[in-house]
Ligand binder design. Structure first.
Ligand SMILES: [Zn+2]
Length: 412
């Protein structure tokens, strides 16, 4: 037997068992197969023409990052039409629009938003400074909901009209820079670049060396119009960068890796859903064909390997028609068994009476949540915020989520 043991076959078996025992899998980025696989090879997109439009006395402008307006024309004496088309099709029905509008003289016009390949979704908002936004009072649909019409007072001063508050890549970088002045936040790092060459940023939030910590990963804005999800992320992070008893205890054991904007091209190009290669990034977490997902997954795996640390929880902030948490049901065996169920119940208790729907979301699709589980056996959640969830409710829930997460993780 002793002699046999030295033969190659036994040696290989021994090495295989040893490797399995050490669990090397999580430090090598693997490709995964899914029941609902998605072709994420790059596709052609239509770039909108950036220009100043004029119809009669009215000007419409899409020459800013985050804008979307594909045509502008006058329909009759008082009605003007904005055409909104997607970057490519097929596409999720999330018709994003954003543009500036003004007039040579004070007037009240009717503005029609006309959509191609989708029905109306986002309640129009108006801003005079691109920071403070108000919903318009009311609008009317056309018969099949592919257009809406509303009254708009216009004047010489430009105002922004948009599907949600416009927060582009420059705004996001400014926020990230401001965060680095807060406790526990490390300098901003560039982890890669988008299709169009925009930097992909991250910061670490923690104290001391990464090496002896467990890792929480925060992601946002794979899908450009999902601003309410990003707003939740900001409120969530605000709780993580306070210097108090809870955070100090938390950062003894844990470190947070924050990736606030995974699709900077899509956001700045005013896309409905995709990156600049026409792909839904939250379907590319199996084969990493797009540079944004290739960069973030490589970074997480390599950094985990470098410090020999375990990502235990991935939180991906999104928006949809209403608040919902997509979590794993109890058939999954993560490194924090059942954490998301206990955690979300805890959020509901603090945010009462605003209970949030929980939906077990199977393992069928190559999305980030499933990647965290497959790659690291980590817990993961898709944290979905409603398109119309009021800001105070987003804040209440996001703060409850952050505080409860820290508190619970300290007890796991
Ligand atoms: Zn989404």
């Amino acid at each position: 037997m002793k002699k046999n043991f030295q033969t190659p076959i036994f040696f290989l078996l021994f090495i295989t068992l040893l490797l399995q025992a050490c669990g090397p899998g999580k430090y090598v980025r693997r490709e995964f197969t899914y029941a609902k696989s998605v072709d994420t090879h790059s596709k052609k997109i239509d770039f909108q023409t950036k220009k100043l439009y004029r119809a009669g006395n009215i000007f419409a402008d899409n020459r800013f990052d985050g804008a979307r307006l594909n045509d502008f024309k006058q329909l009759n004496d008082s009605t003007f039409q904005v055409l909104i088309t997607p970057e490519n099709t097929p596409i999720n029905p999330s018709p994003w629009y954003a543009f500036k509008i003004w007039s040579l003289r004070p007037d009240t016009i009717y503005l029609q938003l006309k959509y191609r390949h989708a029905k109306h979704r986002y309640w129009p908002k108006i801003s005079h400074n691109r920071k403070d936004w108000a919903k318009i009072d009311h609008f009317i649909y056309n018969q099949d909901s592919t257009a809406i019409r509303f009254k708009l007072p216009v004047g010489k001063e430009a105002q922004w009209v948009a599907a949600q508050p416009v927060i582009n890549s420059t705004d996001t970088k400014k926020w990230l820079d401001s965060l680095t002045a807060r406790p526990f936040v490390s300098p901003v790092r560039v982890i890669g670049h988008s299709v169009k060459g925009k930097p992909l940023y991250m910061v670490k939030i923690g104290q001391g060396a990464t090496g002896d910590k467990k890792i929480i990963v925060l992601l946002s804005r794979q899908h450009p119009p999902e601003v309410t999800g990003f707003t939740a992320l900001k409120y969530f992070v605000n709780e993580l960068v306070r210097n108090d008893t809870l955070t100090r205890a938390f950062y003894q054991k844990y470190e947070v890796w924050l990736f606030p904007l995974l699709n900077p091209d899509g956001v700045d190009l005013g896309h409905w859903r995709h990156n600049a290669a026409g792909i839904d990034l939250n379907r590319d977490w199996a084969n990493y064909r797009q540079p944004e997902i290739d960069a973030v997954t490589k970074f997480i795996v390599n950094e985990a390997k470098k410090y020999h640390v375990q990502p235990v929880l991935g939180i991906d902030f999104h928006s949809t028609f209403r608040d919902v948490y997509y979590i794993f049901d109890d058939s999954f065996h993560s490194v924090l068994p059942g954490f998301c169920e206990v955690w979300t119940a805890g959020i509901d208790r603090i945010a009462a009476p605003f209970k949030t729907r929980k939906s077990p979301f199977g393992m069928a699709q190559p999305i980030s949540k499933n990647w965290f589980y497959k790659q690291f056996k980590a817990e993961a959640i898709t944290y979905e915020v409603g398109d119309d969830t009021p800001d105070n409710i987003i804040k209440l829930k996001a703060r409850a989520a952050a505080v409860t997460m820290m508190d619970l993780l300290l007890r796991y």
